[in-house]
Design a protein around this ligand. Structure first.
Ligand SMILES: [Zn+2]
Length: 162
């Protein structure tokens, strides 16, 4: 078993982590400070293998079932925001940016970013009225850094929807 004392929490960076679970593929640890459960960083896939997994996701912009799934986030978000014509970013949009398409169709101006499928880092150099992030946060390798980045993209008083 991995020496848990060699690990720090990838979210709060606490050094107090303990063994949590072993499945067929990897070990998981739990942070005693923030309760994050995370996979052994040594088991995370290198970028080209991670992208190959996402390439198998069949997320199509027009897929009605997928849109139905995304509406569980999009509908309450749009109700909260009230007005249309806002500027938003879909962070981690994946190979088929259906959520950005839905929000655009509802009158918002959408930008997309994804490290593999829309790697336009210029989209990360400004702020937005709202930022969405679906099916992506659980894939963050360094959440302490990626969460900070997500928050820095949202205007004061704006919305982060995940
Ligand atoms: Zn932690």
């Amino acid at each position: 078993m991995k020496d848990e004392h060699a690990l720090t929490c990838p979210l709060c960076q606490s050094a107090t982590v303990s063994f949590f679970e072993q499945d067929k593929r990897r070990q998981y640890f739990r942070c005693e400070t923030c309760a994050l459960v995370f996979a052994d960083p040594a088991c995370l896939l290198p970028p080209e293998e991670e992208k190959a997994v996402y390439d198998k996701h069949e997320n199509v912009v027009e897929d009605q079932g997928y849109r139905q799934f995304l509406s569980r986030l999009a509908t309450p978000l749009m109700e909260k925001m009230g007005s249309s014509g806002l500027q938003g970013l879909d962070f981690g949009c994946g190979p088929g940016p259906a959520l950005a398409a839905m929000l655009s169709e509802s009158g918002h101006e959408m930008a997309v970013y994804d490290p593999y499928f829309a790697p336009n880092t210029s989209a990360l150099e400004r702020t937005y009225d709202f930022v969405t992030c679906t099916e992506a946060i659980e894939h963050f390798y360094m959440p302490h850094r990626e969460w900070r980045q997500l928050l820095s993209l949202v205007k004061p008083g704006g919305w982060l929807a995940s």
